[in-house]
Design a protein around this ligand. Structure first.
Ligand SMILES: [Mg+2]
Length: 225
């Protein structure tokens, strides 16, 4: 591992630095009663559907609330904005994965750090604030605001350019082989995959997996420190 050549380490957020299930659990407790108030169903049934869709489609599925509104024959255009407002406005207690904060602090002494996260900017900003990690990163890229989101290489190129660093001197740490590694691999960045059991059984095409794998994010320490 040529860690001595690296200048920049960028991270994915959801399920790389913390378990996004914490955010979903808190959000569903708020969103389900709201959707229930628009129907004749009870909140527990709506919440069960939300949980079932996440289990079936994965936590990265972006049509979760649209699907639920459509299932209950509620006009999506009319109700989705309020659902999303409630989703991004929750203030749950979020905790980083074990050892993640110490890892970021120690990496900061040696590298410049970036965050490249997809998802709605307001939601991702909320998570960064709730996790208390805004001060860890020199650059934060909300890739949903760019012309192309992950898995395109564009968000990664954007991040590198903002640092003024060549790809060979940068690493990206993520969890999702469908989103996180194809772009940085194409550019020539070092890629590290933190295990997310959701993707354990998913076949990954050539070029889409990371060059290195670790069991948990704290293990990145072994590779880069
Ligand atoms: Mg992720």
């Amino acid at each position: 591992m040529p860690a001595c050549d690296l200048e920049v380490v960028a991270f994915d957020l959801d399920n790389t630095l913390y378990d996004e299930t914490q955010y979903f659990d808190a959000a569903f407790a708020v969103v389900a009663p709201y959707v229930a108030s628009l129907t004749e169903k009870c909140a527990a049934e709506i919440e069960a559907r939300l949980v079932a869709i996440v289990q079936a489609k994965g936590r990265h599925y972006h049509r979760l609330f649209t699907d639920v509104l459509e299932e209950y024959r509620l006009p999506v255009e009319r109700h989705l904005p309020e659902v999303l407002a409630r989703f991004r406005g929750i203030r749950p207690r979020l905790a980083l994965f074990a050892g993640a904060r110490a890892l970021l602090d120690d990496l900061r002494a040696r590298y410049r750090l970036g965050l490249i996260t997809s998802g709605m900017q307001a939601v991702q900003e909320n998570k960064v604030a709730l996790l208390g990690i805004g001060d860890c990163f020199d650059r934060v890229v909300y890739s949903s605001t760019l012309p192309e989101n992950k898995p395109s290489a564009l968000p990664f190129r954007h991040c590198l350019e903002s640092f003024g660093v060549v790809p060979g001197r940068a690493a990206y740490v993520g969890d999702n082989p469908l989103h996180d590694f194809h772009g940085p691999n194409q550019l020539g960045m070092l890629t590290i995959r933190v295990r997310n059991r959701e993707f354990d059984g998913i076949p990954v095409a050539s070029g889409w997996d990371a060059r290195h794998r670790v069991e948990c994010v704290a293990d990145v320490r072994r590779l880069l420190l």
